[in-house]
Design a protein around this ligand. Sequence first.
Ligand SMILES: C[S@@+](CC[C@H](N)C(=O)[O-])C[C@H]1O[C@@H](n2cnc3c(N)ncnc32)[C@H](O)[C@@H]1O
Length: 205
Amino acid sequence: MLPANRDGWEKSWEFGVTPWDLGKPTPVIEHLVRSGTLPKGRALVPGCGMGYDVVALASPERFVVGLDISDMAVKKAKQWSSSVPNADYFTFLVEDFFKWTPDEQFDLIFDYTFFSALDPSLRVYWAEAVNRLLKPDGELLTLIYLISDQEGGPPYNNTVADYQRVLKPVGFRAVLMEDNELAVKPRKGWEKLGRWKRCAHQSSL
Ligand SMILES: C[S@@+](CC[C@H](N)C(=O)[O-])C[C@H]1O[C@@H](n2cnc3c(N)ncnc32)[C@H](O)[C@@H]1O
């Protein structure tokens, strides 16, 4: 397995070169939280950056772990979120998603602009880590930012098929794949919401 590029990410955070950062939770996460359809229990947001989505997901029913390889990202996430009303229901950790071995698995994993930030050679390991970290009946939620015009990366080109290619071998099927109508303006029309479970039956998606 290739080493994760910790230094590159650390530099981005130190110099404030974070063009992916929305400065707020992605609206579809707030919508899904309100809808009450997301698994409760324990949730994980790998490559969480500033952690807006971590805080949006956290509640007395759902404890959320925000994970980032960058010390600076986690420092900044902790700084802004330390006194929010739901601060007891989340934590931020500096860890490499590929190497981290928590004591307990998760009911929900949410990926947004993490998969697409990884060198494509790491995608198969990303799927293995998701499989290892998610409970047997857990849900993987992917907000897929479709990219097709990049030479190199990050972010790297990615499609729904790229997720399917690595998730299918570890037993995941999309139970839902739809356009994200709530995407922020510059990303409108370029985002797909995918909800994945380990399914015995074959999905047509
Ligand atoms: C493109 S940013 C996305 C941040 C956040 N999800 C968002 O949408 O604002 C990717 C993040 O993944 C983190 N990262 C990269 N490799 C990682 C790894 N192996 N383990 C954990 N975090 C990692 C980076 O430090 C960076 O904060």
